[in-house]
Design a protein around this ligand. Structure first.
Ligand code: NAI
Ligand code: MG
Length: 325
């Protein structure tokens, strides 16, 4: 029996994950799901946003479905999702951006870079260390090269003209790509943020460092209708966590209007990871069918609530999947 830990988290995480979880249950009827509460709401109540016990539960699960957590900008609060990625060594953050005429995989290094957590703050100066290791760069480059299909290519997003840590990263990526026989291009990250919007069809797999990948993927969300649409996988050698790219969206939380598509797509990636190889196509085709009926949440110009969109999608998926089996 496969076990999936489900973390709704804060804000709209609690609204989109219930839909995603039901989709997951349709895709993987034999998997068992169990809840873990982590995040800001729990911190406010108990003083702990996440415990070692929660991390152990996540390690014992076969995969994790994660919503979003609020990270208050406070000295006392360390980001929960950043801690999970590090503790479970989920070094590859894969963010697929697919649309008409383009199919891009953004691969973000997920455990080091500017999110190293090594910081020195004094009265007059604040320093954050950007840590780029050979091991970290080699493994993310290998992961990215593994996604490049025949005829495809890898683009390295960096700022090697200014940052020597970027030059280090870039050189390692080029070596790994050569060894793997993968065609490689490179682009300065600032230029890449514009070019991905102007010429998305020119990109295939993109590999970049932690903060740059975070920013680039939010930028790329523009290509597919916004943050409500982009799923992601956080993959390590032993564990995997699937989550929408968006955060807890406090501006719309509690209104029941969050777009659940990013979370649902993440659930489909999870199902594929656990062996249902057709999950992503099945879910994608159902989403497009529901869109074509004009059922959409307000971020896409529609009037449907999270639940209404979710119910329409679920009933179609059940009909297609359960009706068939
Ligand atoms: P955000 O992604 O939560 O929201 C940015 C904008 O996109 C907002 O206007 C929001 O309403 C909209 N949006 C996001 N998801 C949407 C959806 N599913 N449907 C419709 N509209 C959607 O980013 P923001 O505002 O920068 O951060 C809010 C909180 O979330 C912060 O505390 C931040 O630290 C946290 N966060 C957590 C992440 C995680 O858990 N992995 C990732 C990003 C932010
Ligand atoms: Mg982000």
């Amino acid at each position: 029996m496969r076990r999936v830990a489900v973390v709704e988290g804060d804000g709209i995480g609690c609204e989109v994950i219930p839909v995603a979880r039901e989709v997951l249950q349709v895709l993987l009827p034999d998997a068992e799901t169990f809840d873990l509460e982590v995040g800001c709401a729990r911190w406010e109540r108990s003083g702990h946003a996440i415990t070692d016990g929660d991390l152990d539960e996540m390690r014992r699960a076969d995969a994790i479905l994660f919503g979003a957590v609020t990270t208050p900008p406070s000295k006392e609060y360390a980001s929960v999702i950043v801690r999970i990625r590090k503790e479970l060594d989920l070094y590859a953050n894969l963010r697929p951006v697919r649309g008409r005429g383009f199919d891009i995989s953004i691969v973000r290094e997920n455990t080091e870079g500017l999110y190293s957590g090594i910081e020195e703050i004094s009265e007059d100066c604040a320093v954050t260390h950007r840590v780029i290791t050979r091991r970290g760069s080699e493994r993310i480059a290998r992961f990215a090269c593994g996604l490049v299909k025949r005829g495809g290519h890898l683009t390295i997003g960096h700022k090697a003209n200014v940052l020597r840590s970027c030059l280090f990263f870039r050189n390692i990526c080029i070596d790994v790509a050569r060894e793997a026989g993968v065609r490689v291009k490179e682009c300065f990250i600032d230029a890449l943020c514009l070019d991905i919007l102007m010429h998305p069809e020119r990109y295939d797999v993109i590999v970049t460092t932690n903060l740059f990948g975070d920013i680039l993927s939010d930028v790329a969300a523009y290509l597919v209708g916004g943050l409500g649409m982009l799923p992601s996988a956080n993959i390590g050698d032993r564990h995997a966590l699937f989550e929408p790219v968006h955060g807890s969206a406090p501006d719309i939380a509690g209104k029941g209007i969050a777009n659940p598509v990013a979370a649902v797509r993440s659930a489909a990636m999870l199902a594929a990871y656990l062996g249902r190889s057709t999950a992503v196509q099945e879910v994608e085709s159902a989403i497009q069918e529901i869109f074509s009926q004009g059922v959409m949440t307000p971020d896409l110009g529609g009037t449907a609530t999270t639940r209404e969109f979710g119910d329409a999608l679920l009933s179609l998926l059940r009909q297609r999947i359960e009706g068939r089996t």
